[in-house]
Write a protein that binds this ligand. Structure first.
Ligand code: PLP
Length: 434
């Protein structure tokens, strides 16, 4: 399968798309054509990794990764992704049972499996490769966990000092070994700017073989389509009906994977994005004007994105705003509504949900009744509530038990260095660690 750039420049195979992250012309890689998935032939309860392998095989055909795809999927997706039926027409897809308790484990682990093999193969790049990742919380932990101890790979995590939750910080700094954790004296935007400057510095980028693992990488998006396939096939087999999804959305990576799954022919009906107070996407759908803006800090912090990059892929697929409106909806959710949803869902079903998941549940509750009752809705749960204990526990007045995997990470000793938001400081840390 060939991949092309959303900006029309030359593309490449999956290996280039994965190692490059963005296309040389600055666009995002998309497949030249989307394969049709023969979902009618799939057995209902096939393992997630088996579904992933079937669904993704065409994207990897003729690539050096093709013979390893089953193994990559098997290693990356070895945790449960349960669909919890809450009500007659409402289920929750729990994507937070991986090692760092957020859905980003799926993409990060799959990407790491691909990259580690591409690097070991040596035809596309030479080891060691350094993954440089700027994080506002969840991404860095998932990436560090996914690449920790992998041969030929190093990771450098940049996070804003004092601006991530204590448990998030622990997940970013409990590694050592091939993971370098750097707290940047500044904000998330400083971390992102530093990473951009590092990639743009040819000498530094060349010396360390810098690579990115952010959510625009196709190697992260593709495996996410697998859980939508898995959930929707199983739901269809059980009920005879398609599924409609409500997806907590920031950079649009997770929801875009859902759109891809539907485009490939999986039994998916409506797709609704739940955003927080960063309303660039719902405003665009309402007005047709794309006005990216500065990020607003909210309780659903992993969705604090004012200029979501994956919009470029959605607009590539639906160039006409009218077509895009027909394809997806977007509903903004305020912090007050997030708090209210965490409380009311707990009262209703005795379940604690994280602030991100709460946006999706809030959107479900306020759908027009005709919409709500006509479809089978699946709200996507993106993180475990124990990861956001400082928000959830005071609201509910109960303590949220820590899942085993997260507990194991929290028990590890942590260490990090602090740097100023300046490229020479980052460069000297990278050189020293090499
Ligand atoms: C990253 C993240 C999101 C947003 O996902 P996108 O793919 O960026 O839209 C939502 N919830 C949690 C918990 C996350 O970590």
């Amino acid at each position: 399968m060939e991949f092309r750039s959303t900006r029309g420049g030359t593309g490449g195979r999956i290996e280039q798309a994965i190692m490059g992250g963005t296309a040389p012309d600055g666009g995002l890689y998309v497949p030249v054509s989307l394969p049709r998935a023969a979902s009618a032939e799939w057995p209902a309860v096939a393992q997630l990794d088996v579904v992933a392998c079937e669904l993704l095989a065409p994207f990897f055909a003729d690539s050096t990764l093709s013979p390893s795809l089953a193994q990559i999927a098997h290693e990356a997706l070895d945790f449960p992704v349960p669909l919890r039926q809450l009500e007659d027409r409402l289920a929750v897809l729990e994507l937070f049972h991986g090692p760092t308790a957020a859905f980003k484990d799926v993409g990060a682990r799959f990407l790491s499996g691909c990259m580690t093999r591409i690097v070991a193969d040596g035809r596309h790049t030479r080891p060691p490769v350094t993954i440089l990742v700027a994080t506002s919380g969840d991404t860095g932990g998932a990436v560090a966990a996914a690449y920790y101890g992998k041969p030929g790979m190093r990771v450098c995590v940049l996070f804003p000092e004092g601006r991530v939750s204590p448990r998030q910080q622990h997940q970013l700094t409990c590694w050592g070994g091939n993971v370098l954790s750097l707290a940047v004296a500044g904000e998330f935007d400083d971390c992102q700017r530093l990473a951009k400057e590092a990639f743009a510095d040819a000498a530094l980028a060349g010396r360390h073989n810098l690579c990115s693992a952010n959510s625009i990488n196709v190697g992260r998006l593709l495996p996410q389509a697998a859980y939508y396939a898995h959930a929707s096939i199983n739901h269809l087999r059980r009920t005879g009906r398609p599924s409609s999804f409500i997806v907590p959305t920031g950079n649009l990576g997770n929801v875009f994977a859902c759109v891809w799954a539907r485009e490939m022919g999986l039994p998916i009906d409506r797709i609704v994005m739940a955003t927080n107070a960063n309303t660039t996407v719902p405003d665009f759908l309402a007005t047709g004007q794309w006005l990216p803006r500065a990020t607003v800090a909210t309780l659903a912090s992993a969705m604090d994105v004012g200029n979501p990059s994956n919009m470029e892929r959605l607009r590539d697929l639906f160039a006409d705003v009218g077509d895009l409106r027909a394809a997806v909806m977007a509903v903004p959710v305020s912090d007050a509504e997030i708090r209210a949803a965490i409380r009311s869902e707990y009262d209703r079903h005795g379940m604690a949900w994280c602030p991100h998941t709460a946006t999706a549940l809030h959107v479900y509750r306020q759908l027009p009744p005709a919409d709500r009752d006509r479809h089978d809705w699946i709200a996507v749960a993106t993180a475990h509530p124990a990861k956001f204990d400082s928000i959830v526990e005071p609201l509910l007045g109960v303590s949220v038990p820590v899942p085993r995997e997260l507990g194991a990470l929290l028990a590890r000793p942590a260490q990090h260095q602090v740097i100023g938001p300046r490229l020479p400081e980052l460069a000297s840390q990278l050189d020293r660690a090499a």
